[in-house]
Design a protein. Sequence first.
Lengths: 318, 243
Amino acid sequence: MFDGKKFPRLSWHWFAVAALMVAVLFFFRNPKRPPTPETLLPPVPSELETAYGISKAERAASPCFQTYEELLSDGVLDVRIVFGYKDARPARYVGDRYERAILVEYLLGECRAGFFACGFDRDAEDADLFRKTVRAANGAKVLVRVRVAASSVGPDDEENRERDASQPQQSAYAERVFLDGLKVADVVFYDGHSRDGGGPDFEPPQMLKDDHVNYYWYVLRTPGLSKTVDALKADSGKRRLVGVFSCVSDKHFSDVLLATKKKNGLITSPNLIYYTEALRNLIGGLSATIGQFCKHSFAAAVRADESRSSRLENFPAN
Amino acid sequence: MRNLVFFLLIVVAAKAGAAETAEWLRHAERLTGESEAVRERAIRRLKNVPGLEGQLTIALTGPDRFLAVDVIATLKLKNLLPLLIDLSRIDDTGTTYLAMNALMDKDNAPLLTKLYKDRLLANPPPALAARMVIIDTFGRIGFQLAAQELNQLYSRGIYEVKSAVVAYARLRLRAGVGIEAHSEFLKAALKSPYQQLRLQALYAIKDLPSAQQSPWRERLETCVGDRQEKVRELCLTVRNSLD
């Protein structure tokens, strides 16, 4: 083959072997994942700024880098995402299981440039738990652990509250995931009803006789907000990111939540928000956190920029 | 002068068109999250928007398509059902299926249920949320899927699809239909590696009509040794309630 004077002559067999090896390598390096759904992909800024782009010399003085350094210091990014009981009273429809499914499809789907809420594997025994490993900006391995819970057990509120024995335990589980997350997790997102400031809420709604939601009950008692504030006050001083993706959550919840621990980051909605927009902002917040986006890029991902679909406070630090 | 008047007329017409487009959107945004009075007012105003169906047809292909779908479902614009059927081919949120459900009546039910079934069993299947919507719809309206179709959905589906099949089976069992066939899915769920499915099956057994409960006393012998404490506890509770 090699006569010492010219380049070796390679027979076609070697090319075939090389091609086969490349194909095998490609197959095992890129296990087949379902394609990422398009509709609710968050915007990716044209000039993406992340903690990865900060040089070693600048890290100590970079609030963005230090935010993620603190958040990921234990090698784990612990995320809890809870869909509240998304009824449409006076109609009987309840939709949080479907919204959870939309998010799950992103989590399990393939990743693409600038999008990081993807490429997860589901736990073999716990259907609500998803994991993947990433590299932090400081080079350390980080386990990203995401628990995703829904509050309802079916799409019919009347069936759920009157004929399904599992509804109370599902509501209690969803609330526990949320409140425990406020005490120990790094990121806690709620996507549900505000109940006019009485939320977050994980149960079938309190209703009036005409099947409308009894907002007076929620405004007077603020059951969800009270428990949320108590949980935040009980935390250990750990900095976390809290997202409340519900209608007018900025007006209802921001001041009270920020007063509990000024170090926490907060994402809220300034206005009434359609469910697809709330979910898009949530997916954007998750992707931006895993991707360690800095301030302007993070704001773009959750559309807290000129879109004003969200309001972003204290995260990442300026 | 004539050209100036003509130009001004074009500008005014364009602005009027734009104002109408903005108008339907403004009303559509008040269909959710507002008081019932605001919602009812929005519905009345939407019904009075000139050329609404034409505007919605255009909106279905753009960024306002979710609001357009919401308006179609709320106002029950059955003329636009063919557009929803077409749009559902690329639906990755389940939204168009929910809208089609709102338009379902005894006349179009055969068409829609056939469409749903064909999509559900197709390869590749529709989006995960869409599959759940379809299975839930079949359970709610009592549409019977064949045992082998349910087997296919359960065995090949990921957790959310399996859970929807178990919920479907629960509803069919409560209706007293196909007891033996549908019980197989509760049995399969009891053996699932997912604790959530085992719990779901136990609750479904708890909700069964009393006439169907007795065979389950023996079948629940194994779950009292489940590795998850909450599954063990629920198993004991359900088994004791069947005595």
